[in-house]
Structure formats: structure tokens, C-alpha cells
Design a protein around this ligand. Structure first.
Ligand code: KG4
Ligand code: ZN
Length: 344
């Protein structure tokens, strides 16, 4: 395969992002630029992402972000070999902004278009950052998704389980809101948890006794709410102890499930060294990352945690997923549709 330069565009949630990634002939990926503009400030007053505001901010910023990504990479649009953009799943207004921009660029430049599944972007990132070989298990834990996916190859994904209600990052965000810790919730809960006693409250670990590789966080969230209401008004120590108890519960849940998933890996792929890749913003949580490192060690598995800036939403992961598909000869038609829902 010849070297290819990909422009990647990501607009499926509250990050306006563009990147230039080179896939070398050897299959190695190089990030030439990776520009992410968070819409945190726009949504902060509302305590969550407002889809209409997100779409408008993507419209306002995307051209600038693409221009900046090209400038930082020192690559001109004419030198780009193909344009990749997230085509779903995500907030449809934002997805349309990115995908339509990519279509316009592809049409006007006469370059191929790759309509990328956002989840595929997360799933293939570890090949860009760590050169990991197939097969491997991905645990995606973000604000919008929580799932185990067996990645056998480009386009070969098996969903082994996932959340039946809230995503893990969403649970962190809701608990943060409940404890008036502000947004983004995950880092705030983690900070408070450091000061708290994780044993004062024993919160439930839903589904943990069951064999299936699914998560459920809404019952846990309710237990946290009821505890907070029972203690109100909360002292600083109460808040810290609740945060610590919640984090201990989710850490347990994620660790036990990941251990079970690695067991399944070992039994379904005998003789293959198990590999676990983490994706999504919750990968930034040190307690969870430490627990996963322990689980991987016990299972004799290799754990890959890409740099956090590439675990969260970004354009490089979309460019790279596009590059991997492009290298296999895949391209999409200019009338490809945006998809609010799109399982891997
Ligand atoms: O992947 P991401 O940036 O966005 C998507 O949802 O696609 O993930 C953001 C999520 C938020 O829910 C945020 O609260 C959570 O990741 N998060 C954390 C931490 N940092 C971010 N959760 C727990 N601990 C953290 N340190
Ligand atoms: Zn994401």
C-alpha cells in the first residue's frame, strides 16, 4: 500500500476537531496535527450538551479548525489523499456539519470520501498510537458509550456487551451534578474521591453477579442520590465520602467485568495473547486505570492505554480509521447518509 495523507473531521458531540494523519507504506501512522476545540464553555451553563448549540458551534468553528490543522501539519488540501469524517453515531446536527463539510471538500478537490463510524475511530486508535496487532478487546468508556468490543480486524467488530442504561462517563457526570461539583463531572468526582473514605458508604454493584458482559449504572446512581438526600445538607466530608464510595463501586464493576471479558477472550481465542485496549474519556480516571492494570496483569494480558488526548474525541482517530479503510480500498459515495445511531 502506498503512503496516504488523510484529513479527519470529528463533530459528533461537543468537540470540533480536525487532524492530519499519514499512514506510511509500512502501516505505521503518524499524527501531523490534531486540533480539538471543546465547546465546554457553550454548554457549561446548561449542565450538559445542548444539541442545537453544539451544531451551531460546529458550523461556526469547523472551517477554522480544519485550516489550523492543515497549517500546523504544513500540508495543503491538494496534498491530502482522502477526506474522512464521522458519519455517526452522535448528535445528528453536529454529524451533518462535519460530514457535509467533508463531502464538499471531497467533491471540490476530487478526492475520495470516507464516512467513518465514530466507534470505529475509538476502536482503531491503539493501532495508531501503539501499533497494536489484531485481535484485541476494546473497553470503550466515554460520556456516550460503555461497551466491550472484540476487534478482529478493520471492519470486523463483535460487541460483547455494554451498558443497558447510562454510559459510565454519564454516571460520573450525573453524580457530579448531584453533589454540585460542576462540569465536567468525571475529573471533579475523581478529585473529591481522593479526599474521601471509600468504605463509609457501600453502594450497589448492579448486574455484577450475572455472567453477561453488560453494565448498568442507573441503580447505582439512584442509590447515590438517595444517600445524598438522606444526609442533606451535605458537609464537605459527606461529599468526598459519597464520591469515593461511588468511584469504588464503578471501579469494582469495571474491573470485574474486564476480568470476565479477558477470560472470554482466552477461551474464544486460545493461544492468542489477550490484549485489552481502553478508549473514551473515563480512561483518564486513575483509580479505574490502576484497577484495569491489575486485572490485565492477573489475566496475563497486555493493556494498552493511549495518551488521554487520543482516548477522548479527536480528529486523528477519524483520520486514522479512514486511513485503515482507505488502505483496504474502501471509499464511500458522496451521497452517504449521516446516522444518529450506528452500532459497530
Ligand atoms: O470520550 P469523551 O471525551 O467524550 C465522549 O463522551 O465521547 O468522554 C467524556 C466523559 C465524560 O463523561 C467525563 O465526565 C468522563 O469522560 N471523564 C472522566 C474523567 N475524565 C473524563 N470520568 C471519570 N474520571 C475522570 N478523570
Ligand atoms: Zn467518543
Amino acid at each position: 500500500q502506498a503512503q496516504a495523507i488523510l484529513l479527519g473531521i470529528e463533530t459528533s458531540c461537543d468537540e470540533t476537531a480536525a487532524a492530519l494523519v499519514v499512514r506510511e507504506q509500512s502501516g505505521r501512522g503518524i499524527i501531523r496535527s490534531n486540533v480539538v476545540r471543546s465547546q465546554f464553555e457553550e454548554h457549561a451553563p446548561f449542565g450538559g450538551v445542548v444539541p442545537e448549540l453544539a451544531a451551531r458551534a460546529h458550523v461556526e468553528w469547523l472551517d477554522h479548525i480544519v485550516a489550523q490543522a492543515l497549517a500546523e501539519a504544513g500540508i495543503s488540501l491538494e496534498e491530502v489523499d482522502a477526506i474522512a469524517a464521522t458519519a455517526g453515531p452522535g448528535l445528528i446536527g453536529g454529524v451533518l456539519v462535519g460530514l457535509t463539510t467533508a463531502k464538499a471538500l471531497a467533491a471540490s478537490l476530487g478526492k475520495p470520501l470516507l464516512a467513518v463510524n465514530h466507534l470505529e475511530g475509538h476502536a482503531l486508535t491503539a493501532r495508531l498510537t501503539d501499533g497494536i496487532e489484531f485481535p484485541y478487546l476494546m473497553l470503550l468508556v466515554s460520556g456516550g458509550h460503555s461497551q466491550f468490543v472484540l476487534v478482529r480486524g478493520v471492519g470486523e467488530y463483535e460487541r460483547w456487551g455494554g451498558t443497558i442504561d447510562d454510559a459510565l462517563g454519564e454516571a460520573f457526570d450525573k453524580v457530579a451534578k448531584l453533589l454540585s461539583l460542576g462540569t465536567p463531572g468525571g475529573p471533579a468526582v475523581e478529585r473529591m474521591a481522593l479526599a474521601g473514605d471509600p468504605r463509609r458508604f457501600r453502594f450497589p454493584r448492579p448486574l455484577l453477579r450475572e455472567e453477561r458482559l453488560d453494565f448498568s449504572f442507573s441503580g447505582l446512581k439512584t442509590a447515590v442520590r438517595l444517600q445524598a438526600e438522606a444526609l442533606a445538607p451535605l458537609s464537605e466530608a459527606d461529599v468526598a465520602d459519597i464520591a469515593a464510595g461511588f468511584q469504588a463501586a464503578v471501579t469494582d464493576i469495571v474491573a470485574v467485568r474486564s476480568g470476565q471479558a479477558l477470560d472470554r477472550f482466552a477461551s474464544e481465542l486460545p493461544g492468542v495473547v489477550p490484549q485489552l485496549v481502553i478508549a473514551g474519556g473515563v480512561a483518564a480516571n486513575r483509580a479505574i486505570a490502576a484497577a484495569l492494570a491489575e486485572v490485565a496483569k492477573i489475566a496475563g494480558a497486555r493493556l494498552v492505554v493511549p495518551p488521554i488526548g487520543l482516548c477522548t474525541d479527536n480528529g486523528a482517530m477519524i483520520a486514522w480509521a479512514g486511513a485503515e479503510r482507505f488502505a483496504l480500498g474502501a471509499v464511500d459515495r458522496l451521497d452517504v447518509e449521516a446516522r444518529p445511531r450506528w452500532p459497530l
